[in-house]
Design a protein around this ligand. Structure first.
Ligand SMILES: [Zn+2]
Ligand SMILES: [Zn+2]
Length: 363
């Protein structure tokens, strides 16, 4: 085995340490709550049953969503975003960045791309040799391009992105619920042990119960801030990366470029059907390659025109390429071409605070 390969294997192994640590804390908390608290400390049967039922409900949901966040593979750009073999060879041989960009622009005419680099160029990953779809970023820890990458999370040893963002939010929600439930139910026994009111029970139950409260309270505080931040991001339809660096569109950078309004933003991550919102099953909308966008443009004749076509066609599903998409990519001087296309469409205009660009496959 080559030394770099060994190093890589070691790195991969070490990356599991935070996950193993969390798993051990969770296993211990299960033992401490069920055995030491419910069986050894609580004497009332009714209380034991109620506590155990609610504990197991939150425990199952927490472990389920944690598992899904860890083991859902990050989604990668599809083959269409790779350069064709001949183009790739030409790209690699080419030394001048302008000529390389030319090759990329030509390849990108058939792709549904709205975002650019800060300099207005096509976003390309040299490492994966792929044109980056909107909201896609290269993760150096995973060594791959990840669709709608949010961040690489060491606590799940996985990239949080399009494929598992809903699971990640639910993992935060259920871990918060789990810790809150433990802290709330343990509190009275914590106080009793602390003030030595429960002398008759054996001493290691005391240790477990005291520690259980401290750990649950500590996790509560740290998860709460992260959870509220991500709820805010979901409401704004922003990834963590986009919150730090706004995506750049043809019209310039726009931190609200993907925001479709609060309700739609939530549906983007959680789906349309409310009954699935709280379950860690995949219900996010779209394919992760294209996203509905909002083009904010100050000098459009109808700045408050928005599109509300048939409910499930409101997303940009531009594969194969639509006419307006072609125009977006090729027509450099007409910055408002898309918005005009939208505004001139007589059927679908309705007042709203945003300009939603909707395109359906026409070719
Ligand atoms: Zn990459
Ligand atoms: Zn990653």
């Amino acid at each position: 085995m080559a030394p770099t390969h060994v190093l890589r294997c070691c790195q991969r192994g070490l990356a599991w340490i935070p996950v193993i640590f969390i798993a051990m804390v969770v296993c211990w908390s299960y033992y401490a709550y069920v055995v030491e608290l419910c069986i050894f400390t609580i004497t009332s049967i009714g209380k034991q049953v109620v506590y155990l039922i609610f504990f197991h409900l939150s425990f199952i949901m927490f472990v389920w969503s944690y598992w899904k966040t860890i083991f859902t593979k990050p989604a990668n750009p599809s083959k269409e975003f790779c350069l064709a073999k001949a183009e790739k060879e030409r790209y690699e041989k080419e030394e001048r960045p302008e000529s390389q960009q030319e090759i990329l622009w030509r390849a990108a005419t058939s792709l549904p791309l709205y975002t650019r680099t800060g300099a207005g160029a096509i976003r390309y990953c040299d490492r994966c040799q792929v044109i980056k779809p909107d909201r896609c970023h290269h993760c150096s820890a995973c060594d791959m391009c990840v669709l709608k990458m949010d961040h690489h999370c060491p606590w799940v040893n996985n990239c949080v992105g399009f494929s598992n963002y809903k699971f990640f939010i639910l993992f935060l929600a259920y871990s918060l619920l789990y810790c809150l439930f433990i802290a709330a139910t343990v509190l009275q026994y914590f106080i009793k042990f602390w003030t030595n009111d429960l002398q008759e029970t054996h001493s290691h139950a005391k240790f477990h119960v005291l520690f259980l409260f401290f750990v649950a309270a500590m996790f509560c505080i740290s998860i709460l801030s992260l959870f509220s931040y991500h709820l805010w991001l979901v409401g704004k339809n922003r990834s963590t990366i986009e919150a730090f660096r706004a995506p750049v569109f043809r019209t310039g950078s726009d931190k609200n470029g993907f925001s479709l309004g609060f309700r739609k933003n939530i549906s983007q991550v959680f789906g349309d059907q409310k009954k699935y919102w709280l379950l860690p099953v995949f219900t996010s909308q779209g394919d992760g390659l294209t996203f509905p966008t909002r083009l904010v443009n100050a000098d459009v004749e109808q700045p408050t025109a928005a599109l509300h076509p048939e409910p499930n066609k409101s997303e940009v599903t531009v594969r194969p390429l639509s006419e307006s998409q072609n125009r977006l990519l090729s027509n450099e001087q007409n910055t408002n071409s898309m918005v005009h296309h939208v505004a001139n469409n007589p059927i679908k205009s309705a007042p709203s605070e945003s300009t939603t660009v909707s395109m359906e496959s026409e070719s």
